[in-house]
Design a protein around this ligand. Structure first.
Ligand code: FES
Length: 311
């Protein structure tokens, strides 16, 4: 006998050794989704093994194929293919018809969907100073033209440093470094920030006469754990970065306005480059939703050659 505790249903089930989780669950009367009838095709029977992964069979070929295509971590198993041999604590991940529809719509997408993972990454928020005033006094065509030109330049710089713009907020954007296990993300975020600042100075010369305004960007960067996953419904889904590291980077960027600075980084990021960073000030800021005060550093210069050798 093997014991299966289904945390999602607050039930303990006595199973035969070698019985599949799906079979045990259905026999207990649980409405366990199994849209393909247990053929390892639909993935709606998926469960998360909270404890006892060592007491289930390894993935068979069919399950492995589906798990690879859906980026399942080792704890996410197909209940129809997973047999148990000892105590296991698990939970169903598809609890109702809405969940089932979401999962089945994933199958229609050509793009693999990230189900959510915690990654080490560096995060940078960038916005254009005083853009609202500019957009209010400038014809819409010129606003969009200038923004597209700006995002073209910025996007290519982010890409060059192995980062990715993952969200746009009007004139601002969020870039992540370290996706797809890219190494050296702390170095990349800092070098991208400096190159952006330089490029926007040139951009300012190019468009200043055209739109009669000066462009300056403000940057805020931090490094830490980020939740990365695919959010939204079919046709309106996007990959998103979530969590404290992202929120904190956003607050740091916003602090530029109050402190009259251009490029602020967190203490965690600063510590990576202490020896080669030139800072022009150090501040302590309050962060909404967090207790205490946090040190941030206004970056003035980092030697590219020293930076290249760091990390
Ligand atoms: S029931 Fe379809 S994959 Fe398990």
């Amino acid at each position: 006998m093997a014991e299966l505790i289904l945390n999602s249903d607050k039930l303990t089930i006595d199973c035969e050794s070698g019985q599949t989780i799906l079979d045990a669950s259905l026999k207990k009367g649980i409405p366990h989704a199994h849209a393909c009838g247990g053929k390892a095709v639909c993935s709606t029977c998926r469960v998360y093994i909270d404890e006892g992964l060592e007491n289930v069979n390894p993935r068979n070929e069919k399950e492995q194929k589906l798990a690879d295509s859906l980026n399942f971590g080792p704890e996410i198993r197909l209940a129809c293919q997973t047999t148990i041999y000892g105590p296991v604590k698990a939970r169903r991940l598809v609890l109702d018809k809405i969940d089932e529809r979401i999962i089945l719509s994933e199958g229609k997408s050509n793009k693999p969907r990230s189900l959510g993972e915690v990654i080490d990454a560096s995060v940078m928020f960038v916005d254009i100073a005083d853009f609202t005033a500019f957009s209010e006094r400038t014809p819409a065509y010129d606003v969009v033209h200038v923004l597209n030109r700006y995002f073209y330049i910025a996007g290519n710089i982010i890409k060059k440093h192995n980062g990715r713009i993952v969200d746009y907020y009007g004139d601002g954007f969020l870039a992540i470094f370290g996706l797809d296990h890219q190494p050296n993300h702390t170095k990349n975020v800092v070098s991208a920030g400096f190159e952006l600042q330089k490029a926007i100075k040139d951009f300012d010369h190019e468009v200043h006469d055209l739109v009669n305004t000066s462009f300056k960007i403000r940057l805020g960067a931090h490094t830490g754990k980020v939740i990365w996953g695919s959010i939204g419904i079919e046709g309106m889904r996007k990959e998103a970065a979530i969590g404290d590291t992202v929120n904190f980077a956003s607050r740091i960027e916003q602090a530029n306005k109050v402190l009259n600075t251009d490029f602020l980084i967190s203490e965690a990021l600063f510590k990576k480059f202490e020896s080669c960073c030139v800072t022009n000030a150090e501040y302590e800021i309050d962060v909404k939703g967090k207790t205490g005060v946090y040190k941030v550093y206004s970056l003035e210069y980092v030697s590219p050659s020293v930076l290249a050798e760091t990390v």
